[in-house]
Design a protein around this ligand. Structure first.
Ligand code: CU
Length: 157
């Protein structure tokens, strides 16, 4: 009987050791290394009230502010999108603003924002009316330097 435990115990601990080893080596694929960064980004993309004023998100040391005129922001109307970045050093003369619907595949809709003065970028575009009746849209500044800041807002009738 004693001999039986002498054999079973090493096998048991070996199996446990293997389990811990596998858990450690797989840990990186299960949990994002920038988990905290991603979660803060999530809170940044909560809905903003674009109808009252501009919306600001922070991107590292910079802040990115989106404004859409005229207000309230409506579908099928020519809109002026302005993005102000502080500070805007090392940024190109144009930025792309991607208009999409969260969780929905819409046609590609991108507005080219041209640097007007200082750190202000401006461009014109149209937000189409969605067949589903949903009005939640997301405007994303496509810039790796800025960590692709996104603004989520509801478009009015
Ligand atoms: Cu849609």
């Amino acid at each position: 009987m004693k001999l039986f435990f002498y054999i079973v115990y090493p096998i048991f601990f070996f199996a446990m050791g293997c389990g811990i080893y596998v858990a450690y080596t797989n840990a990186d694929t299960l949990v994002d290394s920038n988990y905290y960064e991603n979660s803060t980004h999530y809170f940044q993309t909560k809905e903003s009230n674009i109808h009252q004023g501009s919306c600001t998100v922070t991107a590292g040391q910079r802040t990115v502010t989106l404004n859409i005129e005229p207000k309230p922001v409506k579908h099928m109307k020519e809109l002026t999108f302005s993005v102000t970045v502080t500070s805007c050093d090392k940024l190109p003369e144009t930025l792309l603003l991607d208009l999409s619907m969260p969780g929905m595949q819409m046609g590609k809709n991108q507005v080219t924002l041209v640097k007007k003065s200082g750190c202000l970028y401006e461009g014109k575009g149209i937000i189409v009316r969605c067949m589903s009746g949903r009005t939640l849209w997301q405007a994303t500044v496509l810039s790796d330097t800025l960590n692709n800041p996104a603004f989520v807002f509801n478009v009015r009738e």
